[in-house]
Design a protein around this ligand. Structure first.
Ligand code: AKG
Length: 344
């Protein structure tokens, strides 16, 4: 018999992942629970026996040991190097393996990136960040597998549950490109759909460095005198706060790339479970979804209203007359006229 902590659990699908005391993550399914109610919650401690299914370790004979979810895990200080105590800036070494970093970069090179992240940010951040500020490329989407690997590392290192992560995107900076000085705390938090409205809810940022074979591209916090040289597989985490002076102290930039290309995965955290949180495997059954299936579009609409990734994809579809006609046939002729409502 072993014990572990549930990392996330999707009730509708009936399965999730438990982080075991041995340190690995294995699938736990509600059909293998020994008691009612047959469901688990994120961060509950469970006991189970380890078994094998399809050459994978899985949990069987599951019992929930603590009825309430255990308190939020604290930062993984063992692996962390603190650059600033307040506001906290910390870098976790070996957050994701180097092989996995290579795999994630290769996937996004093959899939292609949107060169113009700044243009998207102008729409999504209500011009807090514009093309002048943001000179980098952004992933067109992320498959659930890689999303979960990064999210699990965030849960382990930064101590936030999966459901607090606003979104994870991959970015690349070619030679000469940069992200100019900005702070991540939004000017208009009440416009961010992920939040419980009116609350100043963004409390942190995490940046996973996927490579380090380039020159330039440090993450520089001038007001705090912190300049971080990226190391492949390490994860930067820093906090935002509710008061403006503290937020302003976290202004930071990715300095210009002198030679090579920099790759990162980046995300923000909300203070509590973000609105519209759904396990991605729920709505992204394929690695590269197409939009030719009515069910699929409707499902997306139901559970991810306001999701910026969806917004981006639909914006691309809008310019493709064939796909646009298919979507309009299902969702009505006015659909694209009202698209901007999705991110309000
Ligand atoms: O690339 C970096 O080092 C910084 C990225 C960043 O500031 C951001 O994504 O908000």
């Amino acid at each position: 018999m072993e014990t572990g902590i549930v990392q996330w659990f999707n009730d509708a699908k009936g399965f999730g992942f438990v982080k075991t005391e041995q340190g690995d993550q294995i699938i736990c399914e509600k059909w293998h629970m020994l008691h009612e109610p047959k469901t688990m919650k994120e961060r509950q401690r469970i006991s189970f026996t380890r078994s094998q299914w399809n050459s994978r370790d899985v949990a069987r004979e599951i019992t929930v040991l603590e009825n309430d979810a255990v308190p939020a895990p604290i930062l993984n200080m063992n692996q962390g190097k603190v650059y600033s105590e307040f506001p906290l800036i910390i870098v976790f070494e070996n957050a994701v393996s180097e092989d996995m970093c290579d795999e994630i970069m290769a996937k996004h090179i093959a899939d292609g990136m949107n060169f113009d992240a700044g243009k998207q940010s102008r729409q999504e951040s209500y011009t807090q960040v514009t093309e002048d500020v943001e000179q980098r490329g952004i992933s067109l989407g992320m498959d659930p597998h890689h999303y979960n690997i990064i999210a699990n590392s965030i849960v382990d290192n930064c101590g936030f549950p999966h459901s607090f992560i606003e979104a994870i995107d991959i970015y690349n900076y070619d030679t000469g490109r940069y992200l100019d000085l900005h702070h991540d705390y939004p000017y208009f938090p009440d416009k961010i759909n992920y939040y419980s409205h009116g609350n100043n809810d963004r409390v942190g940022t995490s940046i996973l460095y996927l490579n380090d074979d380039y020159e330039g591209g440090t993450t520089y916090f001038p007001k705090l005198g912190v300049d971080i040289k990226p190391k492949k597989g390490s994860m930067l985490y820093f906090k935002q706060c509710y008061d403006e002076p503290t937020n302003w102290s976290t202004i930071h930039e990715s300095t210009k790339i002198i030679k090579g290309t920099k790759w990162i995965a980046s995300c923000f955290f909300s203070e509590r479970e973000r609105i519209g949180f759904t396990d991605r495997s729920e709505f992204m059954p394929e690695e590269n979804p197409t939009f030719d299936e009515p069910f699929y579009i409707k499902k997306f609409m139901e559970i991810q209203r306001g999701n910026v990734q969806l917004y981006r994809k639909l914006k691309n579809i809008e310019t493709d007359s064939n796909l646009r006609a298919q979507v309009e046939a299902i969702l009505g002729k006015d659909f694209f006229n009202n698209l901007d409502d999705l991110i309000k």
